[in-house]
Design a protein around this ligand. Structure first.
Ligand code: MD3
Ligand code: FE
Length: 222
Protein backbone atom coordinates (compact mmCIF):
# COMPACT_ATOMS: atom_id res chain seq x y z
CA UNK A 1 0.00 0.00 0.00
CA UNK A 2 1.30 3.47 -0.78
CA UNK A 3 1.82 5.74 2.23
CA UNK A 4 -0.95 8.20 3.08
CA UNK A 5 -0.47 11.47 1.22
CA UNK A 6 0.66 14.31 3.45
CA UNK A 7 -1.68 17.29 3.15
CA UNK A 8 -0.07 20.59 2.13
CA UNK A 9 1.32 22.41 5.10
CA UNK A 10 1.26 19.38 7.37
CA UNK A 11 4.07 20.10 9.83
CA UNK A 12 6.81 17.49 9.98
CA UNK A 13 8.48 16.89 13.30
CA UNK A 14 9.96 14.14 15.39
CA UNK A 15 12.01 14.00 18.59
CA UNK A 16 14.95 15.68 16.91
CA UNK A 17 13.09 18.35 14.98
CA UNK A 18 10.50 19.63 17.42
CA UNK A 19 8.14 22.30 16.11
CA UNK A 20 9.54 25.79 16.45
CA UNK A 21 6.36 27.81 16.19
CA UNK A 22 6.57 31.09 17.98
CA UNK A 23 5.20 34.59 17.97
CA UNK A 24 7.92 37.08 17.00
CA UNK A 25 5.77 40.09 17.78
CA UNK A 26 2.06 40.86 17.59
CA UNK A 27 0.97 39.79 14.08
CA UNK A 28 4.21 37.97 13.20
CA UNK A 29 4.44 34.21 13.66
CA UNK A 30 7.13 31.67 12.70
CA UNK A 31 5.79 28.22 11.79
CA UNK A 32 9.03 26.24 12.03
CA UNK A 33 9.28 23.52 9.38
CA UNK A 34 5.67 23.98 8.25
CA UNK A 35 6.57 23.52 4.54
CA UNK A 36 9.32 20.92 5.00
CA UNK A 37 7.31 17.94 3.71
CA UNK A 38 6.14 19.93 0.69
CA UNK A 39 9.62 21.21 -0.22
CA UNK A 40 10.38 18.77 -3.07
CA UNK A 41 7.02 19.51 -4.72
CA UNK A 42 7.45 23.26 -4.16
CA UNK A 43 10.92 23.15 -5.75
CA UNK A 44 9.63 21.19 -8.75
CA UNK A 45 6.88 23.80 -9.19
CA UNK A 46 9.42 26.63 -8.99
CA UNK A 47 11.47 24.96 -11.77
CA UNK A 48 8.34 24.74 -13.88
CA UNK A 49 7.46 28.41 -13.27
CA UNK A 50 11.01 29.58 -13.97
CA UNK A 51 11.00 27.72 -17.31
CA UNK A 52 8.11 29.99 -18.42
CA UNK A 53 9.03 33.16 -16.49
CA UNK A 54 12.82 33.16 -16.03
CA UNK A 55 14.54 34.49 -12.90
CA UNK A 56 15.97 37.95 -13.56
CA UNK A 57 17.74 40.65 -11.58
CA UNK A 58 15.52 43.73 -11.62
CA UNK A 59 16.57 47.37 -11.75
CA UNK A 60 15.63 49.69 -8.90
CA UNK A 61 14.07 53.10 -9.60
CA UNK A 62 17.49 54.53 -8.66
CA UNK A 63 19.20 52.53 -11.43
CA UNK A 64 20.85 49.82 -9.35
CA UNK A 65 20.63 46.13 -10.19
CA UNK A 66 19.24 44.02 -7.35
CA UNK A 67 21.49 41.11 -6.33
CA UNK A 68 18.52 38.81 -5.67
CA UNK A 69 17.01 37.18 -8.79
CA UNK A 70 13.21 37.19 -8.96
CA UNK A 71 10.22 35.83 -10.81
CA UNK A 72 6.50 35.52 -10.02
CA UNK A 73 3.41 33.42 -10.41
CA UNK A 74 -0.23 34.32 -9.94
CA UNK A 75 -2.61 36.94 -11.30
CA UNK A 76 -0.13 39.67 -10.47
CA UNK A 77 3.66 39.79 -10.23
CA UNK A 78 5.87 42.27 -8.39
CA UNK A 79 8.34 44.13 -10.56
CA UNK A 80 10.85 46.93 -10.24
CA UNK A 81 12.28 49.09 -13.01
CA UNK A 82 13.32 52.72 -13.60
CA UNK A 83 9.71 53.85 -13.23
CA UNK A 84 9.14 52.26 -9.81
CA UNK A 85 7.85 49.26 -7.90
CA UNK A 86 4.46 47.78 -8.79
CA UNK A 87 2.39 44.70 -9.58
CA UNK A 88 1.70 43.80 -13.22
CA UNK A 89 -0.50 41.09 -14.80
CA UNK A 90 2.07 40.47 -17.56
CA UNK A 91 5.74 39.53 -17.26
CA UNK A 92 7.64 42.37 -18.97
CA UNK A 93 10.46 39.95 -19.88
CA UNK A 94 8.20 37.66 -21.94
CA UNK A 95 5.09 39.71 -22.70
CA UNK A 96 2.98 36.83 -21.37
CA UNK A 97 0.86 36.59 -18.20
CA UNK A 98 2.75 35.29 -15.16
CA UNK A 99 2.37 31.49 -14.75
CA UNK A 100 -0.66 30.46 -12.67
CA UNK A 101 -0.38 29.99 -8.92
CA UNK A 102 -0.14 26.20 -8.38
CA UNK A 103 -2.90 24.79 -6.14
CA UNK A 104 -0.19 23.51 -3.78
CA UNK A 105 1.04 27.11 -3.33
CA UNK A 106 -2.36 28.63 -2.56
CA UNK A 107 -3.33 25.74 -0.25
CA UNK A 108 -0.09 26.01 1.71
CA UNK A 109 -0.38 29.80 2.04
CA UNK A 110 -4.02 29.59 3.18
CA UNK A 111 -3.27 26.88 5.75
CA UNK A 112 -0.28 28.76 7.17
CA UNK A 113 -2.23 32.01 7.39
CA UNK A 114 -5.13 30.23 9.13
CA UNK A 115 -2.77 28.63 11.65
CA UNK A 116 -1.43 32.11 12.45
CA UNK A 117 -4.94 33.51 12.91
CA UNK A 118 -5.65 34.92 9.43
CA UNK A 119 -8.55 32.78 8.22
CA UNK A 120 -9.69 33.12 4.58
CA UNK A 121 -6.38 34.33 3.09
CA UNK A 122 -6.45 33.76 -0.68
CA UNK A 123 -3.30 35.15 -2.29
CA UNK A 124 -3.33 36.34 -5.91
CA UNK A 125 0.44 36.86 -6.20
CA UNK A 126 3.59 34.94 -5.34
CA UNK A 127 7.01 36.59 -5.61
CA UNK A 128 9.83 34.05 -5.87
CA UNK A 129 13.25 35.25 -4.72
CA UNK A 130 16.48 33.38 -5.50
CA UNK A 131 19.55 34.10 -3.38
CA UNK A 132 23.00 32.94 -4.39
CA UNK A 133 25.90 33.20 -1.90
CA UNK A 134 26.84 36.88 -1.43
CA UNK A 135 23.42 38.26 -2.36
CA UNK A 136 21.18 40.17 0.06
CA UNK A 137 17.97 42.12 0.32
CA UNK A 138 18.35 45.52 1.95
CA UNK A 139 15.91 46.81 4.58
CA UNK A 140 12.54 47.72 3.06
CA UNK A 141 8.78 47.74 3.64
CA UNK A 142 6.30 45.84 1.45
CA UNK A 143 3.74 48.50 0.60
CA UNK A 144 2.78 47.95 -3.04
CA UNK A 145 -0.21 45.79 -2.08
CA UNK A 146 -3.66 47.34 -1.99
CA UNK A 147 -4.78 46.10 1.42
CA UNK A 148 -2.37 46.13 4.38
CA UNK A 149 -4.97 44.28 6.48
CA UNK A 150 -4.04 41.11 4.57
CA UNK A 151 -1.00 39.18 5.77
CA UNK A 152 2.05 38.12 3.76
CA UNK A 153 3.09 34.47 4.04
CA UNK A 154 6.74 33.59 3.38
CA UNK A 155 8.27 30.16 2.75
CA UNK A 156 12.03 29.59 3.01
CA UNK A 157 13.70 26.80 1.02
CA UNK A 158 17.30 25.65 0.68
CA UNK A 159 20.24 27.39 2.35
CA UNK A 160 19.56 29.07 5.71
CA UNK A 161 19.54 32.87 6.02
CA UNK A 162 19.50 35.56 8.66
CA UNK A 163 16.29 37.52 8.44
CA UNK A 164 16.66 41.17 9.46
CA UNK A 165 13.63 42.40 11.28
CA UNK A 166 13.30 46.02 12.29
CA UNK A 167 10.39 48.16 13.35
CA UNK A 168 7.96 50.64 11.82
CA UNK A 169 10.81 53.11 11.06
CA UNK A 170 13.93 52.40 9.00
CA UNK A 171 16.13 53.57 11.88
CA UNK A 172 14.58 51.18 14.46
CA UNK A 173 16.95 48.56 15.84
CA UNK A 174 17.11 45.35 13.83
CA UNK A 175 16.80 41.79 15.17
CA UNK A 176 18.42 38.87 13.34
CA UNK A 177 16.25 35.78 13.06
CA UNK A 178 17.60 32.58 11.48
CA UNK A 179 15.28 31.14 8.83
CA UNK A 180 15.76 27.56 7.69
CA UNK A 181 14.58 25.25 4.94
CA UNK A 182 10.85 24.66 5.35
CA UNK A 183 10.19 27.56 7.72
CA UNK A 184 7.02 29.56 7.08
CA UNK A 185 6.45 33.03 8.53
CA UNK A 186 3.16 34.90 8.54
CA UNK A 187 3.27 38.70 8.82
CA UNK A 188 0.09 40.60 9.41
CA UNK A 189 -1.71 43.05 11.62
CA UNK A 190 0.66 45.41 13.43
CA UNK A 191 3.71 43.61 11.94
CA UNK A 192 2.66 44.11 8.32
CA UNK A 193 4.60 47.31 7.65
CA UNK A 194 7.78 46.54 9.60
CA UNK A 195 11.11 47.13 7.87
CA UNK A 196 12.82 43.85 6.99
CA UNK A 197 15.55 42.36 4.84
CA UNK A 198 17.86 39.39 4.33
CA UNK A 199 21.50 39.47 5.43
CA UNK A 200 24.19 38.59 2.84
CA UNK A 201 23.77 34.86 2.14
CA UNK A 202 26.58 32.68 3.45
CA UNK A 203 27.94 30.03 1.12
CA UNK A 204 26.89 26.44 1.65
CA UNK A 205 25.34 23.44 -0.03
CA UNK A 206 21.80 22.31 0.63
CA UNK A 207 20.88 18.74 -0.35
CA UNK A 208 17.77 19.87 -2.26
CA UNK A 209 18.82 23.23 -3.75
CA UNK A 210 22.62 23.23 -3.86
CA UNK A 211 24.19 26.68 -3.36
CA UNK A 212 20.86 28.50 -3.32
CA UNK A 213 18.16 29.87 -1.07
CA UNK A 214 14.66 30.31 -2.47
CA UNK A 215 11.89 32.30 -0.83
CA UNK A 216 8.22 32.42 -1.75
CA UNK A 217 6.11 35.35 -0.54
CA UNK A 218 2.36 35.05 -0.95
CA UNK A 219 0.42 38.29 -1.17
CA UNK A 220 -2.98 39.65 -1.96
CA UNK A 221 -1.82 42.38 -4.35
CA UNK A 222 -5.04 43.63 -5.92
C1 MD3 B 1 7.72 41.34 7.22
N1 MD3 B 1 11.54 38.63 1.10
O1 MD3 B 1 10.09 39.47 -0.97
S1 MD3 B 1 10.48 36.97 3.53
C2 MD3 B 1 10.19 40.26 -0.02
O2 MD3 B 1 13.40 36.02 2.40
C3 MD3 B 1 11.02 39.87 1.13
O3 MD3 B 1 13.17 36.72 0.38
C4 MD3 B 1 12.47 38.16 2.09
O4 MD3 B 1 11.21 40.63 2.02
C5 MD3 B 1 13.04 36.86 1.61
O5 MD3 B 1 9.63 41.35 0.02
C6 MD3 B 1 11.86 38.03 3.43
C7 MD3 B 1 9.79 37.54 4.99
C8 MD3 B 1 8.90 38.75 4.92
C9 MD3 B 1 8.19 39.06 3.80
C10 MD3 B 1 7.33 40.13 3.81
C11 MD3 B 1 7.16 40.90 4.95
C12 MD3 B 1 8.75 39.51 6.04
C13 MD3 B 1 7.88 40.59 6.08
C14 MD3 B 1 6.26 41.99 5.01
C15 MD3 B 1 6.10 42.71 6.16
C16 MD3 B 1 6.83 42.39 7.27
FE1 FE C 1 9.77 42.27 1.79
Amino acid sequence: MPPDPVPPGHPSFDLFTAPRDHVLAPGAMVLGGFARNDAPALLAAIDHIAAAAPFRRMTTPGGRTMSVAMTNCGQAGWISDRSGYRYTPVDPATGRPWPALPVLFSALAAQAAAQAGFAGFQPDACLINRYDPGTRLTLHQDRNERDFDRPIVSVSLGLPALFLWGGPARTDRVRRIPLEHGDVVVWGGPARLTYHGIHTLADGIHPLTGRTRLNLTFRLAR
